[in-house]
Design a protein around this ligand. Structure first.
Ligand SMILES: Nc1nc2c(c(=O)[nH]1)N[C@H]1C(S)=C(S)[C@@H](COP(=O)(O)O)O[C@H]1N2
Ligand SMILES: [Mo]
Length: 196
């Protein structure tokens, strides 16, 4: 963390881990479009749908059998707050895509509350995204997407769909919920891809 002297005795901390226009949050704000869906781990399932109509589905036990990882990562919300070095636990999407055959380049994430968000397939593989089940050492709070949410920390946090239930392979990039309402199709915080 660098201290930049702006003159006249005024000091501003510039953190190299903070993307442009972001401020540190010490709490964890809840941002949801609608009410929190109540999904128990008994009834929870997650599916990947391909363009050929193939469906790959995991229940709660099946998900964990793929192997959970501990992740420490920064998150950045488009409403200008960031949290640095947050501990998470989840299953890497690489494990879920291991047996999935597709020639499509994008996915649409679908959630139990009806929320959707679009992502490039090559940005959720290679250790870049997880189905997260724990944060800060505890099972994810329902408000924060529990029992499981997408975690795609290198993009703005609206891409990390809470209460995720499916990923659908699509051939062209299509806007999800916030992207239809003015947010950027891609959402890289380092390029400030906030709005379209
Ligand atoms: N299903 C679902 N996922 C969602 C949202 C939502 O309303 N529904 N809000 C998004 C937005 S805009 C943000 S900033 C983050 C907020 O996550 P948090 O409430 O855990 O901080 O979740 C994202 N994922
Ligand atoms: Mo957001």
């Amino acid at each position: 963390m660098a201290i930049i002297n702006q003159g006249f005795g005024q000091r501003r901390r510039v953190d190299p881990a903070l993307p442009p226009g972001q401020r540190l949050a010490y709490d964890w704000p809840v941002l949801s479009v609608g009410p929190t869906p109540q999904v128990s781990t008994d009834e929870w399932s997650f599916s990947i749908y391909t363009e050929t109509g193939e469906k790959h589905t995991w229940d709660w036990e099946g998900l964990h059998a793929l192997g959970v990882e501990d992740i420490t990562t920064d998150i950045h919300c488009v409403t200008h707050w960031s949290k640095l070095q947050m501990p998470w636990r989840g299953v890497p999407l690489d494990a879920l895509f291991a047996d999935v055959e597709t020639t499509n380049d994008y996915v649409m994430a679908h959630s139990y509350d009806g929320y959707t968000t679009n992502l490039p397939l090559d940005e959720i593989l290679d250790g870049q995204a997880w189905i997260a089940t724990e944060a800060e050492g505890a099972p994810l709070d329902p408000e924060h997407g529990g029992p499981a949410r997408l975690l795609v920390p290198h993009l703005y946090f609206w891409k990390s769909a809470k209460w995720v239930r499916a990923l659908q392979l699509i051939d062209d990039d299509e806007p999800g919920f916030w992207e239809q309402n003015g947010y950027h199709l891609h959402g890289d915080p380092w390029r400030e891809e906030r709005y379209s």
